[in-house]
Design a protein around this ligand. Structure first.
Ligand code: NAD
Length: 425
């Protein structure tokens, strides 16, 4: 039998899940975690794999593999994004689900960690094919998804439209409209104002707070951003609006640089019709590798996991690294960054604005009462700043890094919940 490219990939590269477990082990040793709890948290509660057919526009049938994982649901139903990407595999989905468990516990919202994905190349599918794939996926996932069981949201290559199709498919199957089965929906059908931009908004709030601590004025701050998709664009936009200079951004096609700062609003519009950033006027093109090594105040990885590794960490020249992507830094590179004195704001705090506002959306759907943007943003600001401050306090208590402090806070909260709930039977 021929091995799928995705399967070969997972055998050749180190496992992402083992990286996530390694991070947990560091914390477990530090806080003297009970062995039983350590065993529970080192594995995922549910790992669901489905292979399903989709009819293509030319009449041929293709088979797709999809995964949905619940890492731990001690504190509430599973919550996490849904990713469409050729490199999606079970191992990656498990790691992303574990990080979601920590993220929700740190934000102190009543969710466990979940994640899902489909191994596919969405840009090679027509809109109709994408809709058929999404609807079939929603149907296949019904045993594990639901408004009080597991609530998906957008992630890499998924968006409001995909969430709408999932909501409609589930609603059709259960015979009533159920907006709370997904978050990140359009506002017109039960979404919340502020969700689309929430992850980037959170990144900007966390970055501003960190710059204040480092006594770097916003107007003097130079920022480079890897990835100019949903999270990268909104992070750039809000930080630019605050007065920072976004000197470089990249996407899968390449990177651009302007020492005086890029015009983010025009660049965002330009990218809608022209994904090749290099065609934007008045910029220098640089390589994606060069972007990561630019001398700047803040580097924001906002693309995919494992972008900063033992091979390139030494070339990072930023003072602060704000992890907008999930898992962009490997444990080996973390040590190098620490030795270089680079201040790292870990993903589980930095990009938690998305899940926090998803939580607001779910609450509003369940209550059938909707808030205005001011209320959403004010609640987001309070929650995320509170999280950062709790993480800092925990890191100080254990005399450790913010990443380990953040995970320690999450693990302590979940261990407390586990102790209260006990083990069935
Ligand atoms: P997206 O698909 O909208 O954007 C991803 C961007 O990264 C695209 O611009 C793509 O071209 C670029 N990219 C991919 N590989 C790259 C590379 N090697 N070098 C440079 N650019 C590259 O996805 P997104 O929703 O913005 O998610 C980005 C990251 O943020 C992911 O790690 C995701 O898990 C995480 N995240 C997303 C959300 C959310 O609300 N969407 C919330 C929390 C975390």
């Amino acid at each position: 039998m021929e091995m799928s490219p995705n399967c070969q990939d997972s055998l050749q590269t180190p496992s992402v899940f083992s990286m996530a477990v390694r991070q947990l082990e560091i914390v477990a040793d530090l806080i003297g975690l009970d062995d039983g709890v350590r065993r529970i948290l080192s594995s995922c509660e549910k790992e669901f794999t489905v292979n399903f057919p989709v009819t293509m526009d030319d009449g041929t049938v293709k088979s797709f593999s999809a995964y949905r994982v619940h890492h731990n649901t001690t504190l509430g139903p599973a919550k996490g994004g849904l990713r469409f990407h050729p490199n999606v595999h079970l191992d990656e989905t498990k790691a992303l689900a574990m990080w979601m468990t920590w993220k929700c516990a740190i934000a102190n919202i009543p969710y466990g960690g979940g994640k899902g994905g489909v191994t596919c190349e969405p840009n090679k599918l027509s809109s109709i094919e994408l809709e058929r794939l999404t609807r079939r996926l929603a149907s296949e996932m019904s045993p594990i998804m639901g408004h009080n069981m597991d609530i998906p949201a957008p992630d890499v290559n998924t968006n409001e439209q995909i969430m709408s199709w999932i909501m409609d498919t589930v609603s059709s199957q259960i015979g009533r409209t159920s907006p709370s089965v997904v978050t990140g929906k359009p506002v017109a059908i039960g979404g919340t104002v502020g969700r689309k931009e929430a992850t980037g908004k959170g990144v900007s709030i966390i970055t501003k707070e960190t710059l204040k601590n480092h006594k770097i004025p916003l107007k003097d701050c130079r920022i480079a951003i890897q990835g100019f998709g949903s999270v990268g664009y909104w992070s750039a936009k809000f930080l630019n609006d605050m007065g920072c200079k976004i000197i470089a951004v990249s996407n899968i096609h390449g990177a651009i640089f302007n020492n005086n700062g890029l015009d983010i609003n025009s660049l965002g519009n330009h990218q809608l019709s022209n994904p090749n950033l290099a065609t934007f006027p008045g910029v220098d093109t640089i390589s994606n590798k060069e972007l990561l090594s630019l001398h700047c105040d803040v580097l924001i990885p906002a693309a995919l996991e494992r972008q900063i590794t033992a091979q390139n960490a030494d070339q990072i020249n930023a003072r602060i690294l704000v992890e907008a992507a999930n898992g962009p830094t490997t444990p080996e590179s973390d040590i190098i960054l620490q030795e270089k004195g680079i201040h790292v704001i870990p993903d589980v705090v930095a990009n938690s604005g998305g899940v926090i506002v998803s939580y607001f959306e779910w609450v509003q759907d369940l209550e059938h009462i909707f808030w205005d943007l001011e209320e959403v943003n004010s609640r987001l600001t309070t929650l995320i700043i509170n999280s950062l401050s709790k993480v800092r306090n925990t890191a100080e208590r254990y005399k450790t890094t913010l990443r380990t402090g953040a995970l320690a806070l999450a693990v302590e909260r979940i261990a407390h919940g586990l102790a209260l709930r006990g083990i069935f039977p």
